[in-house]
Every structure is written in structure tokens, then in C-alpha cells.
Design a protein around this ligand. Structure first.
Ligand SMILES: C[S@@+](CC[C@H](N)C(=O)[O-])C[C@H]1O[C@@H](n2cnc3c(N)ncnc32)[C@H](O)[C@@H]1O
Length: 300
């Protein structure tokens, strides 16, 4: 059996009881180690807690070495651990499909994900639209395909969850070209860098999916002892130091309920200004008021 097991957001003990029971009996345990990190536990601490060896699975192993992960899992139990939920954000459907093609039974053990725990900032999960990923810009690669998704979300009033790039085990282009297995130190995108990239793309596109004054909420280290939230405009948070990773950002949509607003006011520097920023921003995409059709239009 192949088990995909969610580890939750932060502590080694965030794994579910069922997840832990399974991990203890597996003959191989892989920890997916490139889309997220477990903030409050090292590999060694996990091994001690599980009483089992943990193999770190980088992008290369998961994307090109699936056979190795699946090896013998028709007859043995193999666990593939994912920080958060196995299907939160970046999905591992490819691994599941490959297992099914090889007639290997698969079982999923779910857990909390950034995709639902983000509700801790006070915004209603029901009011979120498409999630986007913000990658690190380089000198000659500044992808902005996410821009249209923010526009679509904001047109219908929905909030946008922005997941921030992390590079846990990446090679420089030079090392990759020369086939040298030398890896760069881990990098995690900061809230300020994300906001700067948002501002840069809005300036070049100029179609106002958002503006420098659009309200956002920074969500840092969700589910850990150091969890924190900060609300302000994109411009304000482009200068905010959110501290240690992990970070996410939410761009507010027009449908900001009074209760959501009340919650967010706790996290801003100037309540009156933030309330005003939200009211101003909500005006922008407000649909024209509905006018009942006249009798003549009805006959058409
Ligand atoms: C590609 S997603 C993987 C999500 C994970 N599988 C889950 O279900 O939570 C990783 C990104 O989600 C965000 N993220 C994950 N955990 C977080 C946390 N505890 N606090 C803030 N952001 C988090 C960060 O932007 C991070 O780079």
C-alpha cells in the first residue's frame, strides 16, 4: 500500500493518530521536501518520534524517481509524508496516478493545510477565489500569469490567497548546466518581496487588478508558536519585515464582511486608515446597481 499522509502545519505531533500508527509500521517513509517545510521539527526529531527512518524526497526524486518511491509497495507499506495536507496547493496527484496504473492500492490520511488554516486571519474561507503562487523573479524571468487570476477573483469580489515561493534544494543555472550537484542555501520569499513583485507587475500591466492601496493581510508561520498576522496596503507591506518563514499573503476582495473587517483591524497599525483603505478599494470593482427592466425591454 502507498500511504500519502499529511503532517499538518508545524509540530511533529500535528500528525494525526491514524497517520502516526501507519508511519510506525511502514517499511519506507519518504518526506516530501520541496513544496513546504515542517517549521518546528527536524528530520532527526521526526525519526525519533516515529521510531522509523525518514528519507528526504526532493523534487528530482518525486518527479523523476517515482518508481523508486513505489518500489515493492504492492507487497510492502510505503509512506509519503507531505507537510500540510497531501492535496493542499501543490497536489501529488501524479504519484497517486502512477501507483494506480501499477495496481498499487493508495490510501490518503488528510491533515490541516495552509488552504484552510488561512481562515485564522479572520477572512471567511467561503469568500476566497483562485489561489496563486508567486515565484522569485530573476533578471530575465518575471512570470506574471497569476495577474489575470487576481483580476478574475477581484471582479467577483473574492479574496486571493498568494503562496510564496520557497527554494529548498535548488541548483544555480551554472551548476545545473555543468552537471554539478551543488545546491544553493534554502531561500524563502518574504512578504515585502512578494508585495514589491505585485507592485512591479501592476505598474507594467496598468489594468488595475489592484493598486498600491489595495488591502492585504500577511500570514506568517501559521499554526506554529510564532504565528502572526499583519494587515495593511500592498504599499505598506512592501516595507514590512515579517520575520522567519513560512509566509503567505491574502489580497482582499470586494466582499469584505463587517466581521472580517473587525478581525483584520486588530492586525493593522492605523485602524481608521485601514478601514478607509478597505472602503475605497471596495468601490473600485463594485458592480453597477441592478435596475429592473422596463416593460418594453421585457417584451423583447
Ligand atoms: C506549495 S504550498 C504547500 C502547501 C501544503 N501542502 C499545505 O497543505 O499546507 C507551500 C506554501 O504555502 C505557504 N504556507 C505553507 N504553510 C504555511 C504556514 N504554516 N504559514 C504560512 N504560509 C504557509 C507558503 O507560502 C509556502 O511557500
Amino acid at each position: 500500500m502507498l500511504y500519502l499522509i499529511g503532517l499538518g502545519l508545524s509540530y511533529k505531533s500535528d500528525i494525526t493518530v491514524r497517520g502516526l500508527e501507519i508511519v510506525k509500521k511502514c517499511s519506507r517513509v519518504y518526506l516530501e521536501h520541496y513544496t513546504s517545510i515542517l517549521m518546528a521539527a527536524s528530520k532527526e526529531e521526526l525519526e525519533e518520534f516515529y521510531g522509523n527512518k525518514v528519507i528526504l524526497a526532493d523534487r528530482e526524486l518525486v518527479e523523476s524517481g517515482a518508481e523508486e518511491i513505489l518500489k515493492n509497495s504492492e507487497t510492502e507499506d510505503v509512506a509519503f509524508l507531505v507537510v500540510g495536507d497531501p492535496f493542499g496547493a501543490t497536489t501529488h496527484t501524479d504519484l497517486v496516478l502512477r501507483a494506480k496504473q501499477s495496481n498499487i492500492p493508495v490510501e490518503i490520511v488528510h491533515n490541516a493545510s495552509v488552504m484552510n488554516a488561512v481562515g485564522a486571519c479572520g477572512l471567511q474561507l467561503y469568500n476566497f477565489g483562485q489561489t496563486i503562487s508567486m515565484v522569485f523573479f530573476t533578471d530575465n524571468w518575471r512570470p506574471d500569469s497569476w495577474y489575470g487570476k487576481i483580476m478574475e477573483n477581484r471582479r467577483i469580489g473574492l479574496h486571493t490567497l498568494v503562496l510564496l515561493d520557497i527554494k529548498v534544494k535548488e541548483q544555480s543555472i551554472e551548476n545545473m548546466a555543468r552537471g554539478r550537484l551543488i545546491y544553493e542555501p534554502p531561500r524563502y520569499m518574504s512578504i515585502s518581496q512578494c508585495c514589491e513583485q505585485l507592485l512591479e507587475i501592476e505598474e507594467s500591466r496598468g489594468t488595475k487588478a489592484y493598486t498600491p492601496d489595495t488591502p492585504v493581510v500577511a500570514i506568517s508561520r501559521l499554526g506554529s508558536a510564532g504565528q502572526s498576522f499583519k494587515s495593511g496596503t500592498i504599499q505598506e507591506l512592501s516595507e514590512y519585515d515579517a520575520g522567519e518563514p513560512l509566509h503567505s499573503l491574502v489580497i482582499l476582495g470586494r466582499q469584505c464582511h463587517e466581521l472580517e473587517l473587525e478581525y483584520l483591524l486588530e492586525f493593522c497599525d492605523n485602524k481608521e486608515k485601514f478601514r478607509n483603505d478597505i472602503l475605497q478599494d471596495q468601490e473600485y470593482f463594485k458592480p453597477a446597481p441592478w435596475v429592473p427592466p422596463t416593460e418594453e425591454e421585457d417584451e423583447d
